[in-house]
Design a protein around this ligand. Sequence first.
Ligand code: ASP
Length: 441
Amino acid sequence: MSNNTVKTVKFGGSSLASAEQFRKVRDIIFADKDRRYVVPSAPGKRFKEDTKVTDMLYACYEAASKGEDIKEIFGKIRERYDSIIAELGLDLSLENEYNKIEGALIHRTGRDYAASRGEYLNGKILAAYLGFDFIDASEVIFFRQNGTFDDEKTNDVLSAVLKRHEYAVIPGFYGVMPNDTIKTFSRGGSDITGSIVARASQSCIYENWTDVSGFLMADPRIVDNPNPIELVTYRELRELSYMGATVLHEDAIFPVRVAGIPINIKNTNIPNDKGTMIVSHCPPDGNGYITGIAGKKGFSVITIEKDMMNSEKGFGRRVLQVLESCDLSFEHLPSGIDTMSVVVNTAELESMRDLVISNICTAVDPDSISVEDNLALIAVVGRNMAKAKGTAARVCHAVARADINIRMIDQGSDEINIVLGVNEEDYEEAIRAIYARFVQQ
Ligand code: ASP
């Protein structure tokens, strides 16, 4: 970790959706002079039925590419920014920028270009409001010819540029291709920009400000008022977000992780809440912890049986090769002596179910093969679980006491997670039972 005191702060769309939100953001930044590099998203929703500026820009692009008039919808985008500028009392006009962007949209300059202008314009306003320098992401964030993010070039250029700016705003979400066109990350990608800036500035922390106080131990739609997660490792977070917990873009951890910089998820509306701290390692203290419980519905199990399977070399490889040739990925592979089960996503399997079965039959000549749908997976993610005896037993006991049948159980040898498969209709109840067993007792 760096000895630097510099902090990189990223603010999500809801944190910058209105002038009122801008004021909160300014207070947060000015409360700590080390908050030197600021990465904004485009204005998000101000209320539930509102539209995010990014979505309005995509709509503009679609309309322009059909040759439709974009005056009205682009006018609404202007209004959103102009109302923020007016309410903040800024001496700033974006008129030239609007005209340039509208012209480019009419001439069908790329979809990514259109979407990126949300962050670009918001960055201009925020820089003016804070009195910080503005660094256009198209000058410091680079993509390769094949569209992948060029981390080394970006880090070299960006770290040199940041040294020349003590305080700066760098808009999130986009960068530039070798041919000078604009390219964006996938949706929610300002989180990635924040992480890249934190790495390049060797920040001591990457604060990611949003509208919730970090990650919760379980989905609040399932568990009433779940506890927040105060500390989580990058690896645990990967497991949780893969299984459906979303607060942070899943690619956002990579740049800071190589540099050992922690991420703190914070709430712009309740800035004193601690939020969630994401770190590379937690010091082992001998106790096993449950960090969180996440899960997903919509899985199928292909069960293959064959006598003496365990001594037939290459059996597993041939089964997996069938999946690979059908471009199907698998989630889990629980197996017995003479059975092998492959858990796959039902939606992905759907269109090629018969093909997959017949190809497996040809490849390994099984005694029987069946497919069962309606499986939900639940990941109980934790740390030091390998050293805490009885974690798996407690999970199973909790589920059994709730009168729920476990269809599958899978535990990696690192014991960072235990994955259970249950019927979809038991999914919510099983999560509640595990949560109650570990957290409420
Ligand atoms: N504005 C972009 C989106 O809505 C990127 C971001 O907010 O991170 O996906």
